[in-house]
Design a protein around this ligand. Sequence first.
Ligand code: HEM
Length: 535
Amino acid sequence: HAPDGKRNGDIHRDYNDDRNATSEDTLYCTSNGVPMPHPYETQRVGENGPLLLQDFHLVDLISHFDRERIPERVVHAKGGGAHGYYQTTDPLDDICTADIFQPGKKCPISVRFSTVGGESGSHDCARDPRGFSVKFRTEEGNWDVVANNTPVFFLRDPAKFPHFIHTQKRDPATHLTGADDSTMFWDYLSQNPESIHQVMILMGDRGIPDGWRKMHGYMGHTLKLVNKKGEWKYAQMHMKSKQGTGFITQEDSANYSPDYAQKDLYNAIEKGEYPGWDVCFQLMSPQEAEDLWEKQKINVFDLTHVWPHDQFPLRKVGEFFLNENVKNYFAEIEQIAFNPAHLPPGIEPSADPVLQSRLFSYPDTHRHRIGVNYQQLPVNAPRVPYRIANFQRDGNMAFYNQGSRPPYLSSIEPISFRKRTVDLSSVHGHFTGNAVTFLSEIRKEDFNQPRVMWEKVFDDGAKARFVSNVSGHMSTCRKEEIIKRQIAIFREVSEDLASRLEKATGVKGYEGISNMRFNGTHNGMAAEKSLRQAN
Ligand code: HEM
């Protein structure tokens, strides 16, 4: 036993103690706890001589500084967040077994908001989708919702994601971003017309949210919610801002500071103005999913489409609030790891191909970005009412290594197992017969929802701003051919839109896409069979 009576193994610092650290009652020490009289005390030979390698204090200081950075997130690098709580207000127990949706349930949460394409120091008011991630620390383990502020995405084939993201990173030769040269960006979009729905949102009035408090969050992907009987429904999750929505115009965005959204959230919480969101679901039976495909050609696994709200209204389950700022950005935000595969029993992934790929991608990048034992970090560690046992051992920084418990399924020291609450055979037994086989095939229905936006959602002012945003952005596109192709895609949305863009850019676009070939996409609307085959 140590002199204070604790067993030697118990002398480690508590997380909350560290998180609440102040300068009171502190003693300056090296990393091994040896007190030092002063931090500026480099050991030197004589008045002008070289330094001494024995000076552990200096080596300790500089070598730690040398290693301060971890890789920034490959996407969504710029962001910020806060902590709070979720509570169920309208139980979903008829639909889903997850403990968190049962009556009276509440849990701590952490949220991170972000832009997508920019680097860690980039501008909060970029025209870019926003990330909206929530870690629900439920009594059945962590549930992570890794969502965006838009209900659709640029693609439905996950193989395109790295390509698309690369077009928004720096050019390999010029090292310039899209702010100076938009050629790569429009080149990609003009080759992949299924992106059009997201482009309509991105380039419209909803393209630059006014901070993070005034935006909704959408999972976008279809999930499956399973009830006690093993019945399941498809579900789309929406997080509706209680603050309403607010957006910034292109013109105005230049007047905001680069960390505007971070400042806005932090200050609101400090003032006690806690932002909140309603958590809602659209629900759909497997039969309704078949009908939606038969009648409207909307596939529930297609991330470029939304579910019509008149047919699938929102059902509220609960709400959450952010009421606590982080104390240490690096520990609580930079190292937080959200993973769409973190799902408690009763919430299942659907066969959406992009979601399926994301289930792999996030923990893979976390092992690289943070390290193999990232789940042990306080901000990521589950807070559950049972002692977790498993057979993961060792690796870098294994702070919690499960003591002397056997590292295999032992009959001598058995561990316990919970009864299965979800009948997996029913959950995974059904696939709709209409899954997109060619993930990238363009169909005429791909333009229906974008057309509704142009014709019904945008008023005259919104249309003018949209045209100005697109033509302004295209002004740094170096190839006219790309603009011609992209205008053809806009023409499939609306002739009116295409002709306005032709006027604004001074480029005559192609007449629709039926005679176009795309290098990333099968053109299901091709006029000639030979062209279709060539695609
Ligand atoms: C972050 C991959 C699509 C939302 C990330 C990260 C990766 C990634 C590697 C960095 C994670 C980290 O370092 O912690 C992918 C892939 C996708 C995809 C491979 C498609 C194939 C999506 C979609 C959404 C989304 C469709 C929204 C519906 C987010 C958010 C973050 C993120 C919100 C930031 C998470 C945070 O705040 O830490 N993505 N992503 N991603 N992604 Fe995706």
